[in-house]
Design a protein around this ligand. Structure first.
Ligand code: SF4
Length: 368
């Protein structure tokens, strides 16, 4: 049977491996393109958020290539993520695709439903096979996250623009080809070595800017949805720290009830969980300010209520914690050129703030 899943950053590499290990023929989704978004937008309700539209477009593309089973998962609200699976399935059926969808809720919330879907997904594979497949998938996810983190650290230091991205892509390919846990670990070692071999400047410049990224998970993880934000900032000489990686999300939001530590930080400003990662965005902005970051980019799908709630608190937060925050609302009308111009202007602003602060510090030192 041909199975597929959404494309969300590098994670598709691990999910291909999961499907293959369980005896499915994976239909690997291509990275989303403008066509994917157009397809999703054509069949989505007008006010659906952009992750919904891109994922729907991805489903249509893999169904065109013969996928029969779609596997996905999501939170259970209170935002619209709770309706994703049901709504996608109905739309796909209405436009003529006779596919099956297995949509997982976090296991702690609906254990019986989770177990029923696990049984369906594992098909004829034994529980031991399932355990092995999950172990391999988890190992791949961990390595994918490690490689991406390494690329974030190196990109602002690269001597030639694009060289870290090229090394990252060839490292991801190693992970994709690994079929045992040992091979995945070897891929990690070789992938990190390839990244470390990229020619970089000898020492970290004193004026290296640090920018944190917060916001909704899909637009954080999928480069098409965020206009390759990490690469763009890295190429501008900025160290980027993303707030979310898929393995962290699995630990906090799938296997537990959310990130309590970050919720505690956010609570004085936003006491309730408003769905998605709205509360996390608040807590993470404060954490970035505490750690001396120069600025934060908040990624918010247009019409995403959790991020709109967070955005309403951002101006006060930014003043109180003295950290500039740029919110990027993203929908199908958002253009790459406009986003890049705004990012360049934001980096200029951060550099000039840094220079002023250094000027003040210098005046204080020389005046004492
Ligand atoms: S968090 Fe926002 S973008 Fe994601 S599903 Fe919920 S409303 Fe949509």
């Amino acid at each position: 049977m041909k199975a597929s899943y959404p494309h969300m950053g590098t994670s598709a590499i691990a999910f291909r491996s999961l499907c293959r290990s369980l005896g499915y023929e994976p239909v690997q989704p291509n990275p989303p393109t403008q066509r994917t978004l157009s397809l999703g937008t054509r069949y989505s309700p007008e006010f659906a958020c952009i992750p919904f539209k891109i994922v729907l477009g991805t489903y249509i593309e893999v169904l065109e290539r013969g996928a029969e089973l779609l596997v996905s998962g999501g939170g259970k609200g209170p935002c619209r993520a709770g309706y994703y699976g049901e709504l996608h399935q109905r739309i796909l059926n209405d436009i003529g695709y006779d596919c099956e969808m297995v949509f997982f809720w976090p296991p702690l919330r609906t254990p019986a439903d989770f177990l029923r879907k696990v049984r369906r997904f594992k098909g004829g594979a034994s529980w031991t096979d399932l355990y092995r497949a999950l172990r391999l998938t988890w190992e791949k996810l961990l390595v994918l996250d490690d490689l991406e983190m390494k690329s974030h650290r190196l990109r602002p230091l690269q001597r030639r623009r694009g060289s870290v991205t090229a090394a990252l892509e060839s490292s991801l390919d190693l992970v994709d080809r690994a079929v045992t846990v040992d091979q995945v670990r070897e891929a990690r070692r070789m992938g990190l070595a390839r990244l470390e071999n990229v020619p970089v400047h000898d020492s970290e410049p004193d004026d290296l800017l640090k920018v944190g990224v917060v916001g909704e998970i899909y637009v954080q993880l999928e480069p098409f949805a965020n206009f390759n934000l990490e690469e763009k900032l890295g190429d501008l000489g900025v160290f980027v720290k993303r707030g979310l990686f898929l393995t962290d999300f699995a630990r906090t939001d799938i296997l537990r009830w959310g990130d309590e530590a970050i919720a505690d930080v956010a609570r004085p400003y936003l006491s309730e969980n408003v769905g998605g990662h709205g509360q996390n965005s608040i807590g993470e902005i404060i954490e970035y300010a505490r750690r001396g970051y120069d600025g934060v980019v908040q990624l918010a799908p247009f019409s995403c209520i959790p991020e709109i709630v967070a955005k309403s608190i951002v101006p006060a937060l930014s003043r109180e914690w003295n950290i500039p925050v740029m919110t990027l609302f993203i929908d199908e009308q958002t253009g790459r050129g406009g986003v890049e111009t705004r990012l360049e202007a934001f980096v200029d602003l951060l550099r000039s703030r840094r220079r002023k602060d250094e000027g003040k510090a210098h005046a204080r030192i020389s005046g004492s």
